[in-house]
Ligand binder design. Structure first.
Ligand SMILES: NC(=O)c1ccc[n+]([C@@H]2O[C@H](COP(=O)([O-])OP(=O)(O)OC[C@H]3O[C@@H](n4cnc5c(N)ncnc54)[C@H](OP(=O)(O)O)[C@@H]3O)[C@@H](O)[C@H]2O)c1
Length: 230
C-alpha cells in the first residue's frame, strides 16, 4: 500500500527533493509551503500528479495556521511526517554584533513550529507512523569545534531535545521519531560549495526512514544512517 506523507518547506531545497523522490515511489504527498501560488516547481509537480500531490499553505511562523492544516487533513492518516522547513537566521554575525531581536524568529520556525506541528497532528499519525525532524550537525554540542552561529546552533540543539522527548512520549502509539542531519547540501541554505546534492541527501534519508522503527527512535542520524553524538 502506498504511503501518505506530509512535508513542510516543500517548495524548494531539501523539502522539494523529498516531494520529488517520494512521488516517484508512488506515495501520496501533502506538501506544505508558505505560498503555494508562487511555488512553481511544486505546482508543476501537482499538475503532473493531480491525485497524488496536494499543496497546502502553511507559514510555520504563524502557529494559528496549524488549525487550518488540521481541518484540511480531517481524519486522514499519515505514515510519515517530515518537519523540514527551517531558517538559518543572520549569517556570519560575530558575538559582539549579535542582535537579540533575531533570536525569537529563528526559534519560532526551527523549534516551536516542529513541536506544535507534531502536537497538532498526533491524531493524524497512523499506528507505526514515523516522524522525521530535520535538524543539523550544528546542533551537536560535541561536534561544535568552531563556535559562532549562536542562533542556528541553539535552535537545532533545542529541536534535538524536543525530538528525544517526542520519541519517548509517542512510543506508546507505535510512532518513531528521528532527528536527521541531511549533510551539507547544495541548497539556498547550504550554498553552492556544499558537499552533496539534495538528491544524494534525500536518497540517504529515505533509506534511513524506511529502516526506522521504535528501537532506533529518538536518535540523531546523519543522512547516511550513521549516528551523530548529541
Ligand atoms: N542545506 C544544508 O546544508 C542543511 C544542513 C543541515 C540542516 N539543514 C536543515 O534542512 C532543512 C531544509 O534545509 P534547506 O537546505 O532545504 O533550506 P532552504 O533551501 O533554505 O529551504 C528552507 C525551506 O524552509 C521553508 N521555510 C522557512 N521559513 C518558513 C516558514 N516560516 N514557514 C514555512 N516554511 C518556511 C522555506 O520556505 P520559503 O521558500 O517560503 O522561504 C523553504 O521551503 C532545514 O531545517 C535546515 O535547517 C540543511
Amino acid at each position: 500500500m502506498s504511503q501518505t506523507i506530509l512535508i513542510t518547506g516543500a517548495n524548494r531545497g531539501i523539502g522539494l527533493e523529498f516531494v520529488r523522490q517520494y512521488l516517484g515511489s508512488g506515495a501520496r504527498i501533502i506538501a506544505c509551503c508558505r505560498e503555494p501560488d508562487r511555488a512553481d516547481a511544486l505546482m508543476a509537480l501537482a499538475e503532473a500528479h493531480p491525485s497524488e500531490l496536494d499543496l497546502v499553505a502553511l507559514d510555520l511562523a504563524k502557529p494559528s495556521q496549524l488549525t487550518g492544516l488540521k481541518a484540511y487533513l480531517g481524519d486522514l492518516k499519515l505514515d510519515l511526517l517530515i518537519s523540514n522547513a527551517g531558517v538559518y537566521g543572520p549569517k556570519g554575525v560575530p558575538l559582539s554584533a549579535l542582535d537579540g531581536e533575531d533570536f525569537a524568529p529563528v526559534m519560532a520556525v526551527n523549534v516551536l513550529a516542529p513541536l506544535l506541528l507534531v502536537q497538532n497532528l498526533t491524531d493524524n499519525l497512523a499506528k507505526g507512523a514515523k516522524v522525521a525532524l530535520l535538524s543539523s550537525k550544528m546542533g551537536s554540542i560535541t561536534d561544535n569545534g568552531s563556535g559562532g552561529s549562536y542562533l542556528y546552533r541553539a535552535s537545532k540543539s533545542a529541536l534535538n531535545a524536543i525530538g528525544r522527548s517526542l520519541s519517548i512520549d509517542l512510543a506508546e502509539l507505535g510512532i518513531s521519531v528521528a532527528l536527521l542531519h541531511p549533510g551539507w547540501v547544495q541548497t539556498d541554505m547550504g550554498g553552492p560549495n556544499a558537499l552533496i546534492t539534495p538528491q544524494t541527501s534525500v536518497m540517504g534519508m529515505r533509506h534511513l526512514l524506511a529502516q526506522l522503527d521504535l528501537t532506533g527512535s529518538g536518535r540523531f542520524y546523519n543522512y547516511d544512517g550513521t549516528e551523530i553524538p548529541w
